[in-house]
Design a binder for this molecule. Structure first.
Ligand code: NDP
Length: 241
């Protein structure tokens, strides 16, 4: 990455729509060959791949449920065989929320936290050998401040911040950075049912866009961000202040 051109490929989980799709597109624009992971929405992932290819980039759609313990291994195998490059950027973006349903604790923790742990562990095998790597975990402001009704999601996203900081410190000497991005209210399918009156609580008085989150991930994966690790970057219109 020293001359600015990525030497490896980038895997973005949950990239068939929303924030993940926006991240896949900006990383491809920076020259990363991108793995566009999805669970069910094959058509969405394929459309993202076509947009990237149409803009002159390289991408592949990779179906895998990240909660499956075999997914991390299978995704990395597929990435390496498709692009013939090591995976030197990982964005743990796949996430779900299940508000007000206490019995969905495991589903939320498995998707938003445990899957990220497995993918980080697998990614580090390659990155530590290469002495180069960028990992960005998509957390949430809800991991930093209370939001009634989202205990499972908040616990997962706060856990992801703790995982980010600890793993980052463990590998900091080896050329690998690990950071978290904590979006506030971003306009995607996930927030389509949230009552618009709640925007009153956002100092900027508007929702953010997937592109505004993707811009932060783009920076954190760039060579210029090499001295930033274990950080949590909020993208929330001031909500967490
Ligand atoms: P969306 O619901 O719009 O998209 C979620 C993406 O994750 C989809 O591509 C979905 O794919 C994928 N996904 C879900 N579960 C799995 C799984 N088990 N394995 C693989 N892929 C999976 O969400 P957003 O774009 O809004 O959110 C992206 C991330 O940002 C999430 O981690 C979310 O928690 C976080 N976030 C979002 C905020 C917001 O306001 N929107 C605020 C703060 C954080 P498929 O459809 O194929 O299942």
């Amino acid at each position: 990455m020293d001359d600015g051109a990525p030497r490896g490929s980038a895997l973005v989980t949950g990239a068939s729509r929303g924030i993940g799709a926006a991240i896949a597109k900006v990383l491809a624009a920076d020259g990363w060959p991108v793995g566009v992971n999805y669970r069910a929405d094959r058509g969405g992932a394929q459309a993202v791949v076509e947009q990237i290819e149409g803009a002159g980039g390289r991408a592949v759609a990779l179906g895998a449920d990240v909660t499956d313990p075999r997914a991390s291994h299978e995704l990395f195998e597929a990435m390496e065989s498709h692009f013939d490059r090591p995976v030197l950027a990982l964005v743990n973006n796949a996430g779900i929320n299940r508000d007000d349903l206490c019995d969905d604790w495991s589903a939320v923790l498995d998707t938003d936290l445990t899957a990220a742990f497995r993918l980080i562990r697998r990614a580090l095998r390659t990155m530590l050998r290469a002495r180069s790597g960028r990992i960005v975990n998509i957390s949430s402001v809800v991991g930093l401040r209370a939001n009634p009704g989202q205990a499972n999601y908040a616990a997962a996203k706060a856990g992801l911040i703790a995982l980010t900081k600890t793993a980052a410190v463990e590998v900091a000497r080896r050329g690998v950075t690990i950071n978290a991005v904590a979006p506030g209210w971003i306009e995607t399918e996930m927030t389509s049912e949230v009552p618009k009156e709640l925007l009153e609580a956002v100092p900027a008085r508007r929702a953010g866009t997937p592109a505004e989150v993707a811009a932060c991930v783009r920076f954190l994966t760039s060579p210029e961000a090499g001295y930033i690790t274990a950080a949590v970057l909020t993208v929330d219109g001031g909500l967490a202040a």
